[in-house]
Design a protein around this ligand. Structure first.
Ligand code: ADP
Length: 383
């Protein structure tokens, strides 16, 4: 029986994969190749752990095809996560030559991701030519934003000529939790979804559609993240470039990899570490957490503008799902949102819960792979 989907997520230094049945949610096998390009590169799945120092993406993808060989005859489709769909893609699509060309055309906008996403597609298509391949885009869910929300207040020619605008990311996660929230709270029309992982973004959702989001042209804009700064005065880029006597590319790397929680705390971009440090009264860890929560609360409250009345906030991602401490600190900053601290503290890890009193304050674990598999099955079944 063909009921499974192979989900492939090629990241900037990792490849995650799983064979999953989108209906029963049963996972036959899942794994990850991490630290790609380094001596520590390792492929792990089931009970297997293989070291592949300096292995290429292509080599690892072929190893992954070998690893899923026992389930190849159960596959209906392959679902590929693609980071940037630009203005081309408003939903998931079956991948043909034209789709590949458009993904390639968006590589300028996501140079660390789209080329490896495309490589994943090409290697999998070569080895699994009989099966439909579906692209699921991080940006697609946010294509419903109105122009006044996605346009930047710079010369309009830069939008016309170079497509400089807000695209938004984490769309699969925002869509997954928004769909689940609709099942759990059918009367909640106006929602904020907060995806708080290593990368963090929030989205204003009206009747199931994204009408604003915090990430922008790239995933650097918006909230404070593990290693990304989020919003800063753009003048800092040229100012710091002069002060450090380094090119703008180096500043870009500093803002992406050495800022956010890591830059502020000087110890870690990992919230678990910072929570422990803050308990020990570490001043910079406390500052990092306070800044993270303050800026998140400000973003949440500002979404009264696109949404009017807010019916609920959904917390997801590693921090949103697992840290009652951060949820409490954020909600403490939000005026008029009443919540139950004991309920917040008692939501078990990986489970759903609602700790709001006069508003829905919900925890919904995200599952991007499942949504990719569901899209792939829906589109791939008829090919
Ligand atoms: P990614 O964005 O890479 O998918 P995750 O969604 O797994 O990342 O989120 C990673 C973040 O979640 C890290 O900052 C990690 O510290 C945080 N996190 C995970 N578990 C907890 C926890 N119990 N308490 C606080 N933070 C947590």
């Amino acid at each position: 029986m063909k009921t499974n989907v192979l989900v492939i997520n090629c990241g900037s230094s990792s490849i995650k994969f799983q064979v999953v049945d989108p209906q029963s949610h049963n996972i036959s096998v899942k794994g990850v190749a991490e630290n790609i390009g380094s001596d520590r590169c390792c492929l792990a799945y089931g009970d297997n752990k293989e070291l592949h120092p300096k292995a290429s993406y292509q080599f690892l993808l072929e190893k992954i095809i070998d690893a899923i060989a026992p389930w190849i005859n159960t596959l209906i489709a392959v679902g590929h996560r693609v980071v940037h769909g630009g203005e081309f893609f408003t939903c998931s699509v079956i991948i043909d030559d034209l789709v590949e060309e458009k993904i390639q055309n968006c590589s300028d906008l996501a140079p660390l991701h789209n080329p490896v996403n495309l490589l994943g597609i090409q290697v999998c298509k070569k080895h699994l030519p009989e099966i439909a391949h579906i692209a699921v885009f991080d940006t697609a869910f946010h294509t419903t934003m109105p122009k006044h929300a996605y346009i930047y207040p710079i010369d309009h020619d830069y939008y016309t000529n170079y497509k400089i605008r807000k695209y938004g990311f984490h769309g699969t996660s925002h869509r997954f939790v928004a769909q689940r929230a609709k099942q759990l709270y059918p009367n909640a029309k106006n929602l904020i979804t907060a995806h708080l992982g290593n990368g963090c973004s929030i989205s204003a959702i009206k009747n199931g559609s994204s009408i604003d989001t915090s990430m922008g042209l790239t995933p650097l804009e918006g909230l404070v993240m593990g290693t990304r700064s989020g919003d800063i005065d753009p003048s800092i880029v040229s100012y710091l470039s002069k002060k450090l006597s380094v090119p703008i590319d180096t500043i870009d790397e500093i803002l992406n990899k050495k800022s956010g929680l890591l830059g502020l705390s000087k110890v870690s971009g990992d919230m678990r570490v910072l929570e422990e440090k803050a308990l020990q009264k570490d001043l910079l860890a406390t500052l990092a957490i306070d800044t993270f929560c303050y800026r998140l609360a400000k973003y949440i409250y500002s979404y009264h503008i696109p949404l009017g009345k807010i019916d609920g906030i959904v917390f997801t991602g590693g921090i949103g799902e697992n840290s009652p401490y951060i949820r409490e600190k954020v909600c403490d900053l939000l005026p008029h949102y009443d919540f139950d601290k004991a309920v917040n503290n008692s939501i078990p890890r990986g489970k759903e819960g609602n700790f709001g009193k006069n508003i829905i304050l919900s925890v919904i674990p995200t599952n991007e792979e499942l949504l990719i598999a569901q899209d792939a099955k829906a589109l791939g079944a008829n090919v």
